[in-house]
Write a protein that binds this ligand. Structure first.
Ligand code: GTP
Ligand code: MG
Length: 301
């Protein structure tokens, strides 16, 4: 019997690849036999007819599977700012977040808005740099932008190869990589005096298994950001009893993005979002395709 529950949110700017990553994770975990495609409208989490038709996520959706004694709830969320209320809705039930960033588009204003909200909540965050097979992919530039604009406490976990090609790959670093060990030690010592002492006193350095354990612990405690008290969870099994964490909106739209306003109750989504969607027009960001008059950013105003 599974005794633990882990709710993991996949968050990002629009089109970064959240639904595609969710589908891959479900396949890798053995929860589905075939990988669905956003472009073909066959993914598990984009299940609304409009989502499948437009190739864009509108509503947060959850897919569950088990690994060992852990039940994992994977929550795929929308990226378009008009649907940011959907992201807010799931934040209060999450145990951790994978923040997806495209290796081509890099850190976007919406990425910063999301990261600020996650930092306020002290949620553990893993950053996932996506689309390294696309031309123009530059993970090094993205890492620098992350360090400058999101958080300086970021540790790259491996090396990329054949960028911008179908054969693009990622090789995780391990115990044999002395430079990686040194970088890990330095970053972790910021928050752990024992690591710092071992680092200074021991010529052989800190053993790699200890570094990995400490990395997991610091990530779990979101120590990469300044500490802020967070109400203790009363056990994982029933998230409904979790205290409300906020009164103000958690996600404040960035100045360069349209403000999100709610549509009137009962108004059909289709009319509110005419022009949104990859299949609705020429390539480009939803609603911003070149050569088309830009539609009202939100018909809910
Ligand atoms: N080349 C390449 N394309 C990708 C990758 N991941 C996603 N895509 C494509 O990028 C587009 C957007 O992918 P989605 O998974 O729908 O992105 P999303 O973040 O879920 O989008 P929204 O939910 O609408 O914000 C689709 O056409 C995908 O096929 C990737 O790693 N490489
Ligand atoms: Mg999606």
């Amino acid at each position: 019997m599974r005794s633990r529950l882990l709710s993991l949110g996949i968050l990002a700017d629009v089109d970064a690849g959240k639904t595609t990553l969710t589908e891959r994770l479900l396949f890798a975990a053995g929860a589905i036999d075939e990988i669905g495609s956003v472009d073909a409208g066959t993914t598990q989490t984009d299940s609304l007819a409009l989502e499948r038709q437009r190739g864009i996520t509108i509503r947060s959706a959850v897919a569950s599977f088990g690994i060992g004694d852990v039940t994992i709830n994977l929550l795929d969320t929308p990226g378009h700012p008009d649907f940011i209320a959907e992201v807010e809705r799931v934040l209060s039930v999450l145990d951790g977040v994978v923040l997806v960033i495209s290796a081509v588009e890099g850190v976007q204003p919406q990425t910063r808005v999301l990261m600020r909200a996650l930092q306020r909540l002290k949620l553990p965050v893993l950053l996932f740099v996506n689309k390294i097979d696309r031309s123009g992919a530059d993970p090094g530039r993205v890492l620098r932008a992350i360090a400058q604009r999101l958080t300086p406490a970021v540790i790259s976990m491996g090396a990329t190869s054949a960028l911008g090609t179908r054969g693009a790959g990622f090789t995780p670093w391990g115990a044999a990589d002395a430079a990686f060990g040194a970088r890990l030690t330095e970053a972790l010592a910021e928050h752990d005096e024992n690591i710092l002492a071992s680092y200074v006193q021991d010529d052989a350095g800190v053993p790699y298994p200890r570094l990995r354990r400490e990395l997991a612990a610091q990530t779990r405690r979101a120590l990469v950001h300044p500490p802020r008290p967070r109400p203790r969870r009363q056990g994982n099994r029933d998230q409904r009893h979790r205290p409300r964490l906020r009164r103000r909106p958690l996600i404040r739209p960035s100045a360069s993005r349209p403000r999100v306003t709610r549509r009137p109750a009962g108004a059909p989504v289709r009319s509110a979002h005419a022009g949104i969607g990859r299949r609705a027009g020429p390539p480009g960001r939803p609603g911003q395709a070149p050569g088309r008059p830009r539609p009202a950013t939100s018909a809910w105003r």
